[in-house]
Design a protein around this ligand. Sequence first.
Ligand SMILES: [Zn+2]
Length: 239
Amino acid sequence: MIDTHAHLERLCDINEGIDKIILAASNVEDSKNNLLLGEKYTKKLLVAVGIHPAEIDDSPTELKKLVEENYKKIVAIGECGLEFMGDFDQEKQEKVFRAQIELAQKYKKPLIIHARKAVDETVEILKEYKNLSGVFHCYAGGNKRIKKVLELGENWYFGIDGNLTYEEGLVDVVKNIPKDRLVLETDSPYLTPEPFRGQENNPNNVIYVYKKVAEIWGLSFEETEKIIDGNVEKLFKIV
Ligand SMILES: [Zn+2]
């Protein structure tokens, strides 16, 4: 099992079944901390660096420098994208997002996309670029936008989290996502799945998301794990 999206300040006790964890970043400080953790736990942790659309006071120039110096230690750029909730500066979000798309392009890294109430707008921007790959982390575009994301190309994936265990609508979404385009995540410390909903989340709980997908697909846990982890390895070029 691979948790493709977790925010960790430090490494907690990780169960044997969890092969890898991808550390997502929300800002430059997170990104630096991810790099430090990644160096310490090279076998388990994979590093992403990025600026979340709600944290765009951080400088893309600083992030760029960090990527230039560390691109060999980084498996993805993100999370980055657009978030149209509450008060937001669309223009500035777009600028910071585009800077990160360019980094992903230059260093041939997949993007970890955060798109909340903004899947259509995010897809429109991504369409302008060539040779991108990535995941719509915590996909929340519903059934009607699955096709749009798929049309971005065969290197695009959907990330699904623990809310699959309690949100009816998401079950249907998972049924409509092609099996070879699905990856799973915890988004720790958020989105804790049943049976631990309400507590702080950690990467070990990704097993409940795998179990739920196995149930939806009508496959064994082992078959499901093989398909999902194969997708993750392809997207993030994990050997
Ligand atoms: Zn996140």
